[in-house]
Design a protein around this ligand. Structure first.
Ligand SMILES: Cc1ncc(COP(=O)(O)O)c(C=O)c1O
Length: 324
């Protein structure tokens, strides 16, 4: 039987789930990875962007051809650029110049208007902090008024959590078949994926432990010494209180911190050992999962997801691996 998708939106979802056998060769236990970079915008946020726009359409919140706007590190923006393009909404992405340029290029290629906001004088390129995020938020609010645009607001929009709870989580559980998962670890940006997927997994595996992942330099929820908040992981680790985390603390068993070095090493190992070409937050998840298997969860099954593709980081130091 043939099946031809009517457009790229129909290809969002149903990503592969794989066992990282070679990445875990020196430890006891398993890591299962859901490859969310198998999406048209190369990130997990395509799923969320589709859910958010369709939910707004169903609720009558979004008018025909109304401009849509969002503050983004580039992942949600790329998902929205695709969804809005195909559904006929003009889309404005507001992003910090601290994020990698590939993200802006992709959004523009998909027809978005891309507004880049200069970083705070205290910040460094490639390391987006809460001060940078504040500047992007300020600009987004101004443009929302100017264009009378529909603001997505991924940090508070319930669809951020619902996508994990009703779509990504159930898809993973179905793919797992008889395999039971003991822990889920997830790097947090808005915390939407972490909380949504945790909600879904806790129904299927009542004893599962769910851990948020934070940069060691931006450990907002981890009980360790606070630092300047600068780190390389794009899309999260903003060192700020998060609505979804605050409202769902009972679901969370703790937080794991990862350093820039651990993240880079893990991301490169994913490529070398598993041929998974991913971004820094994927390395953060993989590094945190390995810490669990080396510690209290020796011999257990840990689930992670791979949020985006390494091709969005070619301009960063992540792939500075050629002999000079
Ligand atoms: C590459 C990447 N990884 C992880 C995250 C964090 O995801 P969430 O906002 O669901 O916590 C984001 C968020 O934009 C992201 O872009």
């Amino acid at each position: 039987m043939s099946y031809i998708a009517a457009n790229i939106l129909e290809t969002i979802g149903l990503t592969p789930l794989i066992k990282l056998s070679r990445y875990t060769e020196n430890v006891e236990g398993n890591i299962f990875a859901k490859l969310e970079y198998f999406a048209p915008g190369l990130s997990k946020k395509d799923r969320m962007a589709l859910e958010i726009i369709e939910s707004a359409e169903e609720k009558g919140l979004l008018k025909k051809k109304q401009p849509v706007i969002e503050l983004t590190s580039g992942s949600m923006g790329t998902g929205l650029a695709i969804v809005c393009n195909l559904k006929g909404y003009p889309f404005i992405a507001v992003m910090s110049r601290g994020n990698s340029i590939e993200r802006a290029q992709m959004m523009k290629a998909f027809g978005a208007e891309v507004v880049l906001v200069d970083q705070h004088p205290d910040s460094e390129p490639g390391k987006v902090t809460s001060k940078d995020l504040d500047l992007v938020e300020e600009k987004t609010q101004k443009l929302t008024k100017k264009y009378n645009a529909f603001r997505i607001d991924q940090f508070t929009n319930p669809s951020s959590v619902e996508t994990g709870e009703k779509r990504l989580g159930p898809e993973i559980i179905e793919q797992l078949g008889d395999i039971k998962i003991d822990a889920f670890v997830d790097f947090i940006g808005t915390g939407g994926t972490f909380i949504g997927v945790s909600k879904s997994l806790q129904k299927a595996f009542p004893h599962i432990k769910c851990y948020g992942v934070e940069p060691v330099n931006a450990p907002f929820y981890s009980s360790i010494q606070k630092t300047d908040g600068k780190h390389i992981i794009q899309g999260g680790g903003y060192n700020i209180p998060l609505k979804f985390i605050e409202e769902n603390k009972e679901l969370i068993n703790g937080f794991i911190t990862v350093s820039d070095c651990e993240v880079t090493e893990a991301t490169r190992l994913l490529a070398l050992k598993e041929c998974i070409f991913a971004g820094d937050s994927s390395g953060a998840n993989a590094a945190a999962a390995l810490k669990l298997l080396k510690g209290d969860l020796k011999g257990k099954n840990v689930l992670i997801h791979i949020p985006d593709s390494g091709t969005k980081y070619l301009s960063t130091n992540l792939w500075d691996i050629l002999d000079k």
